[in-house]
Design a binder for this molecule. Structure first.
Ligand SMILES: [Ca+2]
Ligand SMILES: [Ca+2]
Ligand SMILES: [Ca+2]
Ligand SMILES: [Ca+2]
Length: 350
């Protein structure tokens, strides 16, 4: 890295003595190289090394390197590298060195930002600090340490590339923590009798005896079907009368909503269920979970009411509480979550 970076500067200086047009081209390359350095996180070590070598050869001539004809590039004047200015902690000429050649009082420090200074303070990007190195009356600015530079945008609620947009290009998708499948299943606590008999299968009152396991409960297991396919023998036969007891089985998934995305509708649809299911939404707004009055499906199947009002940016955990309230069938199949009319699928790579 040091050799390559130095080579660019030497080429720039060599051209500078011959042809101003060539200088413009090389200066742009140097700027791009500075960006790459920044991306790989080693920019902090480069400026000091290069600066020292340049100083030693007496080749520092900040007056000629930054020449630039913005008009010829079709760019807007002032949006590209300019002449290096002292004392601002910024790499004005984008040559990978900050305040190079600028005298300073040894021991002093200043905030600094490698690469594009306009990214500093935007999103995740933060300035670092550089120290004036040397002894005697004057020193030179050393490496910029501790800065947070732009990185590739990932869907995490942070503006990683510091362009002022959070999670741009991210779409809502299913991203269940610690699971290779969309759904996880938890068999819960087994059957219990209600002490009363409900009038209908999957009556909303039955779920009062259900206790949804926490997201990190060790009882969660990956469920192999993308849309749920559960069909086990009923545990209620001979234990509780029909609709007088229940065995609850839980299914959880988490979908992610990017900041800025509009959620106009959210429905959970159950293909078939015996005997019923309720849908609970958990997120930072509803850490204890919320069940809309329309968030039930009854014997047979069906869709919930629109649950969009409970959805927030970031992770949203959905738990299906399945109830078997009567011997002999105990099953649920074909569960999908539809957001803005589109069925949610797992988040793609990256
Ligand atoms: Ca510079
Ligand atoms: Ca500067
Ligand atoms: Ca992001
Ligand atoms: Ca961004």
């Amino acid at each position: 890295m040091r050799t390559w970076s130095l080579a660019v500067v030497v080429v720039a200086l060599g051209c500078a003595t011959e042809d101003n047009t060539q200088v413009i081209t090389v200066d742009d390359d140097a700027g791009a190289a500075g960006g790459l350095d920044a991306g790989r996180g080693d920019a902090a070590t480069t400026p000091t090394d290069d600066r020292a070598r340049l100083d030693a050869t007496g080749l520092v001539d900040r007056g000629t390197i930054p020449q630039r004809d913005a008009g010829a590039e079709g760019g807007t004047a002032g949006d590209g590298p300019a002449a290096e200015r002292c004392g601002n902690g910024e790499d004005d000429d984008r040559d990978g060195m900050i305040d190079e050649g600028c005298p300073c009082a040894p021991g002093n420090t200043q905030p600094c930002m490698p690469g594009d200074p306009t990214r500093a303070g935007v999103g995740a990007c933060r300035r670092g600090q550089q120290r004036c190195e040397g002894t005697g009356e004057f020193g030179l600015w050393g490496a910029c340490a501790g800065a947070t530079l732009p990185s590739a945008e990932t869907c995490d609620g942070v503006d990683d590339d510091c362009d002022g947009m959070v999670d741009e290009a991210c779409v809502p998708c299913i991203d269940t923590p610690g699971s290779g499948t969309p759904w996880q299943m938890n068999l819960g606590e087994g059957p219990r009798c209600f002490g009363r008999t409900f009038d209908s299968h999957g009556d909303p009152g039955e779920y009062a005896l259900a206790t949804i396991p926490p997201a990190g409960d060790p009882g969660w297991r990956e469920h192999p079907s993308d849309t749920i396919s559960f069909d086990d023998p009923s545990t209620l036969c001979g234990v509780c009368e029909c609709r007088a007891g229940g065995d609850f089985t839980y299914f959880q998934t988490t979908f992610y909503v990017p900041v800025g995305a509009t959620v106009s509708s959210l429905r959970v649809t159950i293909g078939t269920v015996d005997d019923g299911v309720s849908v609970t939404v958990f997120n930072s707004l509803y850490p204890r979970g919320i069940v809309d009055p329309g968030a039930y499906a009854y014997l047979g199947g069906g869709s919930t009411a629109d649950l969009a009002r409970y959805v927030i940016p970031g992770p949203n955990r959905v738990v299906l509480t399945h109830v078997d309230d009567c011997c002999m069938v105990r099953a649920i199949r074909g569960a999908t979550i539809t957001l803005n009319g589109m069925t949610l699928t797992r988040c793609g790579p990256g």
